[in-house]
Design a protein around this ligand. Structure first.
Ligand SMILES: Cc1cc2nc3c(=O)[nH]c(=O)nc-3n(C[C@H](O)[C@H](O)[C@H](O)COP(=O)(O)O)c2cc1C
Length: 306
């Protein structure tokens, strides 16, 4: 094939130059990676989860490496929405890729206020709503594990924003398609999945947990088969575009997600192992398409043969 393959994808009207985005919480506010990665090559940049107020997160230790993955209990440390807009966004808006802001809250009203504030900020292309957080009003059960709570919070956010609304699903459920359908009905334009799996590790000598928070979220290659299964299931159950996440370390991993039905993917833990994982994956996808004589990445999406 003489021409370069077309890597462009469309997420409910948001055109990305390629389908590779950074996963929230693993790429800071992007400037941290400025010296290491050509940020303008990314398909999109998703920043660390933001809350209304700045948050310190959990006490250390907050990270523990496990076989084929890592546990984290950062506790959503972030600068807060106002400092983000004032201090982080001016740099981000000089970049070519669209900026997607990940948000979280402990009450439905927190999400509503965040969405209303973001609606006023032109430089933000889309909102990714993390519904894995404990809903303090509902006794601490995460919004994302109950279809009704998930529907309610996303419907409330939808009323506040005309921007592209992506909902990030938690894998800590029995049937992820029930949550996916609920948030689609509530007005989500797209779904990203998966967030981390609740897990733990223990030091047998001290009999103490490895993380101060006791439990944490498992990410990395260990979770990829679960993420892939969930993306495939959600692709059957909904009509909105899916962004696949979970243990994607290489272009081959990314291609599995496209074949399962994802329109785009996010790279998380891999950034800690290889800061250039994102651009390596973009190069690898292009190489695959050339080798297979496929003109565009969209020809690969949802092509699983069973
Ligand atoms: C250190 C760390 C911090 C994270 N912070 C957030 C966050 O703020 N918001 C969010 O929605 N997901 C967060 N995540 C989850 C990732 O975005 C991603 O969904 C998950 O790690 C699975 O992808 P991976 O296996 O490629 O890392 C975090 C993950 C890690 C490892």
């Amino acid at each position: 094939m003489s021409q370069k393959p077309d890597l462009k994808v469309d997420i409910a009207g948001l055109e990305l130059q390629n389908p590779v985005l950074t996963a929230s919480g693993t790429f800071g506010y992007a400037r941290e990676y400025e010296q290491l990665v050509d940020l303008n090559r990314l398909g999109g940049i998703i920043v660390k989860g933001l809350s209304l107020q700045p948050a310190k997160g959990n006490p250390p230790p907050r990270i523990y490496e496990t076989p084929c993955g890592m546990l984290n209990a950062i506790g959503l440390e972030n600068v807060g929405i106002e400092a983000f807009v004032a201090e982080k966004l001016p740099f981000l808006q000089t970049l070519k890729p669209p900026i997607i802001v990940n948000i979280y809250g402990k009450r439905e009203e927190d999400y509503v206020q965040l969405a209303a504030r973001i609606e006023e900020v032109g430089a933000i292309a889309a909102i990714e709503v993390n519904i894995s957080c404990p809903n303090v009003k509902a006794g601490g059960m995460a919004f994302g594990v109950d279809p009704q709570a998930a529907f309610s919070v996303i419907r409330a956010v939808r009323k506040q924003t005309t921007k592209l609304l992506i909902v990030k699903l938690s894998p800590n459920v029995t049937d992820i398609t029930a949550i996916a359908r609920a948030v689609e009905e509530a007005g989500a334009d797209g779904l990203s999945l998966i967030n981390t799996l609740t897990a733990m590790a223990i030091d047998s000598n001290t009999r103490r947990p490895r993380l101060a928070n006791i439990t944490g979220g498992l990410s990395g290659p260990a979770i990829k088969p679960i993420a892939l299964r969930m993306v495939w299931q959600v692709a059957q159950a909904t009509a909105v575009p899916i962004i696949g996440i979970g243990g994607i370390m290489s272009a081959e991993d990314a291609l599995e997600f496209f074949i399962a039905g994802a329109t785009a993917i996010q790279v998380g833990t891999a950034n800690f192992v290889n800061p250039q994982a994102t651009t390596d994956i973009i190069d690898g996808i292009e190489k695959f398409l050339i080798e297979k004589n496929i003109a565009k990445i969209t020809d690969v999406i949802g092509t699983l043969e069973t």
